[in-house]
Design a protein around this ligand. Structure first.
Ligand code: XMP
Length: 319
């Protein structure tokens, strides 16, 4: 793509101009925006960049390893894999209020990121994958109503606290343009086409108290569900799909025995920008097959609910 190829060069020049010979740190989440930001920065300034991937223990099955492998195998950039799951899950013990969860995770994220950033001597810049819609949204929110529905931990606050200057190469781009740029930079399709995943991760798909047991069950159920969606060729038709684990056990029957296990909810929505969403119309056959697979393949689950709620009145995530 000619436009993206020249845009890429233009961006690289701008980054070099802004950063000079200073060091930059970048928080990688594995999402498209931060991945493209990291790769673009790496192309512009090479070893002056260090990326930090904070693993809060709330990622999906094998996700941390896949992200780290993708970067290590395809790009020769400085990458710190910060496995801080014990810290995050420890602090979240006993927490069930959704906003307290988010604030806890957001605060720890900043602390952890700061800790790793402090180890990089002379870092003056923080790179962020802020997109044009994020810029618009934060502007309109600050002048708008004082009620925030949910606090998004990945916007704002961090650079000021750390005394770092911002590098935001994607500030003028919309999501589809970021994807095109990602393709231009050789990011694998499996990363470019990924459904959005929230900063607080599985924490907000586990209403009520978070335990390692519940997270394990949730990870497996989610993996089976997404596998089903891929097998049926539906992944790219859906804006976001995921499983959640509900804070209850129910009675079931398996073989000649009674079971008393967790219930899992599966959700899939279509959307343009996440602000509103419609429930994806799966066939009854698909739903039945998915229910059977989840219950057969995931120990600890004996019931599957399909979430019918659109947004509004629901939100996409459960918390
Ligand atoms: P809701 O649940 O508010 O989600 O309808 C709309 C979109 O935003 C994502 N989301 C988040 N993303 N940090 C994020 O980076 C967050 O705290 C967060 N909360 C929700 C959600 O996955 C959906 O795509």
């Amino acid at each position: 793509d000619w436009t993206m190829a020249s845009y890429r060069q233009e961006m690289i020049e701008k980054i070099r101009e802004q950063v000079g010979d200073k060091k930059v740190i970048c928080a990688l989440s594995g999402g498209v925006d931060s991945s493209v930001t990291g790769i673009l920065l790496h192309e512009a300034i090479g070893d002056q960049l260090t990326c930090v991937f904070v693993d809060h223990g709330l990622l999906r099955l094998n996700e941390a390893q896949e992200v780290v492998d993708m970067f290590r195998n395809n790009y020769n950039l400085n990458l710190i894999h910060a496995d801080e799951s014990d810290l995050f899950l420890g602090e979240l013990e006993g927490v069930s209020d959704p906003e307290v969860k988010r604030k806890t995770i957001g605060k720890l994220f900043i602390d952890v990121f700061q800790k790793y950033a402090d180890q990089i001597e002379g870092a003056e810049f923080l790179a962020q994958g802020t997109l044009y819609p994020d810029v618009i949204e934060s502007v309109s929110f600050s002048g708008g109503p004082s009620v925030t529905i949910k606090s998004h931990h990945n916007v704002g606050g961090l650079p000021e606290k750390m005394g770092l200057k911002l590098v935001e190469p994607l500030r003028e781009l919309f999501k589809d343009e970021v994807r095109a740029l990602g393709r231009e930079l050789g990011l694998p399709d499996s990363f470019i086409g990924r459904h959005p995943f929230p900063g607080p991760g599985l924490a907000i798909r586990c209403p009520g108290e978070i335990t390692r047991e519940k997270l394990d069950i949730l990870r497996q159920a989610d993996a089976v569900y997404i596998d089903q969606i891929r097998k049926h060729g539906l992944y790219d038709e859906i804006w976001q799909a995921f499983a959640a684990i509900l804070p209850m056990r129910t009675v079931g029957v398996m073989g000649d025995g009674r079971t008393y296990d967790y219930a899992v909810a599966i959700r899939a929505v279509t959307s343009v920008d996440g602000m509103t969403a419609d429930t994806y119309p799966f066939t009854q056959e698909f739903l039945g097959e998915t229910m059977t697979r989840i219950i057969n393949e995931v120990k600890g689950v004996n019931r599957v609910f399909y979430d019918l709620t659109s947004k509004p009145p629901g939100t996409i995530e459960l918390e």
